[in-house]
Design a protein around this ligand. Structure first.
Ligand SMILES: [Zn+2]
Length: 120
């Protein structure tokens, strides 16, 4: 399995919401994992196959608790430092980082970290 698909599955397993539209899920993967839409499709197919998500009528239901996938909560930390948000490209003075398994994502501003559904 490609490393990006693995990273995508780990990310989906810890997304902090129960329902996402296909567009929302694709956007989160696009922000964080890969700009390759074809690969994003493969990640979503793999997530459905692994029962991390279930295709509903209009949304995907995120179901990490019933999957065999090893589930670990992401660790969110923040540091006061100057940075550039990886989502919106704005200058930020409080940087949020998210650790999921062995990967770190960020920095994010406080609005954008909620946009990617990694923090309430
Ligand atoms: Zn931002």
């Amino acid at each position: 399995m490609s490393d990006k698909i693995q990273a995508g599955l780990e990310l989906i397993a810890v997304i902090n919401t129960e329902h996402l539209t296909p567009q929302e899920l694709r956007k989160i993967l696009h922000y964080l994992i890969t700009k390759d839409w074809n690969l994003i499709g493969k990640i979503i197919d793999a997530a459905i196959e692994d029962k991390l998500i279930e295709r509903g009528e209009k949304t995907y239901r995120i179901i990490p608790e019933v999957s065999g996938f090893e589930f670990r909560k992401p660790r969110v930390r923040s540091t006061k430092e100057r940075g550039v948000c990886m989502l919106c490209g704005k200058q930020i003075s409080l940087c949020y980082y998210v650790d999921i398994m062995s990967r770190t994502y960020g920095p994010f501003g406080s609005t954008c970290i909620r946009k990617v559904r990694l923090m309430e």
